[in-house]
Write a protein that binds this ligand. Structure first.
Ligand SMILES: Cc1ncc(COP(=O)(O)O)c(C=O)c1O
Length: 463
């Protein structure tokens, strides 16, 4: 295994050699000096087509991974193919595969017992579980506000046992078209990214607002985008009023800082600040779903830190890069009695231990700065490729390394994703025709240039 690890000076010279042997017409993305970890590989290495002979008859699965051999930014499959991973299990690998500090942590027997939780943080096993319980917390909070000091009535206690009001009240959560908040029954009523997630499953009659459809680059279309955002905010207020009149008041508003699964749709800080104000004005809780955006990929630890909110969100849900699922919440959103928000494991305590080390590495290796640097290079590179291949690429966008680009159609997207994989680069899609970039936080500028060079070759060869 150690023989696969190439030390820094060797990696640097190999990297240069790769560039020297590149065809003359190749995309001129520059090579950044390689300055970091010894444990990362030097580049992709493909031994077979993917899926290879050892990954057979796998149906919906693309290939089997060899997680022991995977390192840093590279995922290795069971056929020994090593791929630069810009997808990282849909953005869930915060500091690369097999970071030595995590390996050290897990090999220490004293660390196998989990520490106790933190106040006002509710851990859960996954993102859906986090949102599902956060919705419950918002409903409990809302009803307790309405009840004031009174205890629940006998009628409420008996009617809730047969799924009837007033014990089971007609409350709602407002969500956005294109949003994704998980696949459990409650979350599904707020998920609107793809029909396949929702088909055949009963859903609550909850309001769905339009999410702004912005033009990119954002800086060039500020006036048009502001108009589009104002239209959506107006609709939000209208829906809140209409659902109150229908007898299904909105207890909470849930939103992703960047709609991820739904196609990497952005909105401005102004939009989110106004939305927060609307939530407060109408007595609704404001729930920011940072399951995919949280943990540093946007260049700040939480994407909503980019907004400059005066009044923080009431709930912030997390999972993925945070390793454990859960949600942060304000004091008022604490359920009034034990076991109202509860399940057997309440997440996986050993993940908290790993998370502590992840946070430590993010801090000591200045990974948020790194993300800003490589994110800038990635977005600039995507702009260049988009100018070079306007028939195929459009709408490059991003914050940190949380970037995306649109492909002319779904079939071309699938073909590009497969060809990139055959050249040793792992990417993923989102929405109807976007490719999303979700590298780990240890993805450096030289990885960006390595990717851009390979992706340019894929685009140039595409027929
Ligand atoms: C924004 C968002 N919320 C919720 C979820 C659901 O998380 P999980 O798959 O852990 O249930 C996801 C998963 O991709 C997500 O991206």
């Amino acid at each position: 295994m150690a023989s696969g690890l190439i030390r820094r000076h060797l990696a640097l010279s190999l990297h240069r050699n790769v560039r020297l042997s590149a065809p003359a017409c190749r995309y001129a993305s520059k090579a950044a000096p390689k300055t970091d970890q010894d444990y990362d590989y030097s580049g992709p290495s493909m031994k077979t087509t993917v899926p290879g002979p050892r990954t057979q008859n796998v149906g919906a699965i693309n290939f089997f991974c060899n997680y022991e051999e995977s390192r840093g930014n590279y995922l290795v499959d069971v056929d020994g193919n090593r791929m630069l991973d810009l997808y990282t299990q849909i953005s869930s690998i915060p500091i690369g595969y097999n970071h030595p500090d995590l390996l050290k942590l897990m090999s220490n027997p004293n660390n196998l017992v989990a520490p106790s939780g933190i106040t006002r943080v509710q851990t859960m096993a996954c993102g859906s579980c986090a949102n599902e319980n956060a919705y419950k917390a918002m409903f409990i909070w809302y009803r307790n506000k309405e009840r004031g000091p009174n205890a629940p009535s006998e009628e409420e206690l008996s009617s809730c046992m047969i799924n009837q009001s007033p014990g089971c009240p007609e409350l709602s959560i407002l969500s956005f078209m294109g949003g994704f908040h998980g696949r459990t029954m409650g979350c599904l009523s707020t998920t609107h990214s793809k029909p396949i997630h929702k088909l055949d499953l009963p859903s609550f009659d909850w309001p769905i607002a339009p999410f702004p459809h912005l033009q990119y680059p954002l800086e060039e279309f500020t006036r048009e985008n502001a108009q589009e955002e104002a239209r959506c905010l107006e609709e939000v207020e209208d829906l809140i009023v209409r659902w109150r009149q229908k007898g299904k008041p909105v207890a909470g508003i849930v939103i992703e800082p960047i709609q991820a699964e739904g196609g990497d749709n952005h909105a401005s800080p102004d939009f989110f600040r106004n939305l927060r104000n609307i939530a407060r004005k109408h007595g609704c809780a404001f729930h920011v779903d940072e399951v995919q955006t949280g943990g540093g990929a946007t260049g700040k630890f939480w994407a909503h830190e980019h907004w400059g909110l005066d009044d923080p969100a009431d709930i912030v849900a997390f999972s993925k890069k945070m390793l454990t699922g859960g949600y942060f919440h304000k004091d008022e959103l604490q359920a009034d009695k034990p076991y109202r928000i509860f399940n057997t494991w309440m997440g996986d305590p050993s993940k908290n231990l790993m998370l502590a080390e992840v946070l430590n590495v993010i801090r000591t290796e200045n990974l948020l700065e790194e993300v800003c640097r490589s994110g800038k290079a990635l977005l600039n590179g995507l702009y260049e490729l988009q100018a070079r291949y306007p028939g195929m690429l459009s709408r490059a966008r991003g914050q940190g390394t949380f970037c995306a680009i649109d492909i002319c159609d779904d079939a071309t997207r699938t073909s590009l994703l497969n060809k990139a994989r055959d050249k040793g680069v792992l990417l993923g899609g989102c929405g109807s025709q976007s490719i999303r970039f979700r590298p780990a936080l240890v993805f450096k500028e030289y990885h960006v240039h390595m990717f851009l060079n390979i992706f340019n070759d894929v685009l140039a060869q595409h027929k």
